[in-house]
Write a protein that binds this ligand. Structure first.
Ligand SMILES: Cc1cc2nc3c(=O)[nH]c(=O)nc-3n(C[C@H](O)[C@H](O)[C@H](O)COP(=O)(O)O)c2cc1C
Length: 178
């Protein structure tokens, strides 16, 4: 099973998430590359593609790579200024899904990524202001340790790593149940 992590990152947030994802993959036969240097996805069984949201969509470099994913399995991950679970975040992920034609999407994960102050100011001067602007302040410090734990769960759900063991003593079933 050959796995590849590809990421597009302007400010470093998605790169940070990609490096953590790469670290968490138990597979030994794995590669990681920024999108500009990424190998063709067809040589891999699983490709994890990371992007950041720009204007509500995956950034253009990631879009081009997503279009190349025509076989095998794909795991999508992203960072954005929008709050987790927001409509803006969900729309961005859906836009990425639609770009993948042929490959099977086995899972997705996204979290906030810190937005530089200058970017926040530029967005604030726009009319209308982008929908993610109101959430941008809460993106400070992300991705963080909690995001990495949530990423771990998403990877397990996608079958890319073993499911975590439940804490000992938390559930008693079968013959031992009282
Ligand atoms: C030009 C620009 C446009 C952006 N547009 C969006 C957007 O549409 N939705 C959103 O949630 N965040 C938006 N953001 C915030 C980034 O997606 C977020 O900070 C992300 O973590 C950046 O990733 P990176 O550090 O890997 O480049 C935008 C940021 C920039 C610089």
């Amino acid at each position: 099973m050959k796995q590849l992590v590809v990421y597009s990152s302007q400010g470093g947030n998605t790169k940070k998430l990609a490096e953590e994802l790469f670290k968490q993959l138990p597979e030994e036969n794995k590669d990681i590359a920024p999108v500009a240097e990424a190998p063709d996805p067809s040589g891999y069984d699983v490709v994890c593609v990371g992007f950041w949201l720009k204007g509500g969509e995956p950034d253009p470099a990631a879009q081009a790579y997503l279009r190349k994913c025509k076989s095998g399995k794909v795991f999508l991950f992203a960072t954005h200024g929008a709050a987790p679970g927001s409509t803006a975040a969900a729309r961005g992920m859906n836009a990425a899904r639609e770009l993948v034609d042929g490959a099977t999407i086995i899972g997705t994960f996204s979290c906030q990524g810190e937005v530089p102050e200058k970017v926040i100011q530029t967005a604030a001067n726009k009319d209308p202001q982008p929908p993610w602007l109101k959430d941008a302040a809460s993106a400070k410090g992300h991705p963080d340790g909690t995001d990495f734990m949530n990423l771990s769960e998403a990877l397990a759900k996608a079958g890319l790593k073993p499911k975590p063991e439940p804490p000992k003593g938390s559930v008693v079933t079968g013959d031992h149940a009282m």
